[in-house]
Design a protein around this ligand. Sequence first.
Ligand code: BG6
Length: 472
Amino acid sequence: MLHEKKKSFPEYFLWGASTSAYQVEGASLLDGKGPSCQDVKKVPDGTSDLTVCADQYHRYKEDIALMAEMGFKTYRFSVSWSRILPEGTGAVNPKGIQYYNDLINECLKYGIEPLVTMFHFDMPAALDRRGSWSNRESVDWFADYAKVLFKNYGDRVKYWLTINEQNMLTLCGPVIGTLTIPEGTTNILKETYQQNHHMLVAQAKAMALCHAMLPKAKIGPAPNISLIYPASCNPKDVLAAQNYNALRNWLYLDMAVYGRYNDLVWAYLEEHDAIPEFIEGDDIVLKSGHPDFIGFNYYNTTTCTWSDSMEAAGSTADQQSAFDIPGFFKGFKNPHLPVTEFGWEIDPEGFRATIREIYSRYHLPMIITENGLGAYDKLTDDGKVHDSYRIEYLRRHIEQMQLAIADGCDMMGYCPWSAIDLISTHEGMVKRYGFIYVDREEFDLKTMDRYRKDSFYWYQKVIATNGQDLSD
Ligand code: BG6
């Protein structure tokens, strides 16, 4: 659709940016925090561990002041479950509670609305040892943790996100360091989707609890949605794209919004003897969630072809790379799209298409909880970072989001990844995303001083004009 007039972003639009606890905070075992799966994993060769990260734990005041200077209306951060509950369940860590009280209060001091992710890739290690999401009790572990959060922060936090990228936990857990499969498991697919089922039930419980305990709060999921294109107009490729979309995207949103399994995914799981076990009442819990909005992360689209072969190929795909499922779909490199320095395709129009598709399926307000460009930024001798490539990436995505609004989609906010440089899921500190540069290298912690990148000043202007001025 060509629009003659641009539509403005709504007045209340939540401009901001995102981070996650285990990637930004550091202080990984300080002040009573228990280790998470991220603290005990073997990090990929050549990448930093997660003990210091951007040291936000000690520098949150400076960081929030810089976000306020950019004009943020919201800051999306996550709570570290094992900072609050070092063993994952049971005793609460008062210093952990205090840290997020301080962080939330610091945001509110500047009128920045906290957007809190309850769980972002960091299962307490103590719960990993008890079987992680394979253990049916994980549903109650998460619900109890949710209660602690709502009780302690619900008086000030209006916006909540449940589980960050549950689809990526399920589809590429080993790459992001999160999948624990119990020893002796013979049907790994079944076990993985049983874990996924427990997360789905846990999420629904948390949403219902939030509504019961905090009637004024709003809560939603935060999957990573990447619209899947068929590689050609061959009808078989279209069928493959439907399969891939169902497995990667709609399974998660159909469940969060309608409380039911996607039919194509169910058929695929049946075919592989991998249907998750329900216990009595799960179907009712799953239908009781009702998100108030949809949060989703968008980095790019994915393309696929039909797959005739039933032969499994080993996959090491990360969150944004296409992969194959024999007999279901086969990933395909889209020849129309450029890629980032780290090989992720760049597709701003696909952002508009993804927003439109989600809105037509679910008709809920949407907030972008991640979108951004990872690059090898360089700090110049005079303390500047000339990241025009990031400005270009973000500008083109914001333009498409604005067109999606003109198409009739209901957008409530935009939080690119990331507010500040932090450690990537598997590619270390050198893959930087922030508006704020952190002076450290992969292993040399240097000064940890903060510097404003060119994109910092650009985003400041974007926010000040409510998205009207996207120029350099
Ligand atoms: C998302 C995650 O998948 O992408 C973030 O929610 C992550 O935690 C971001 O950092 C960028 O991915 P990466 O692998 O470049 O860190």
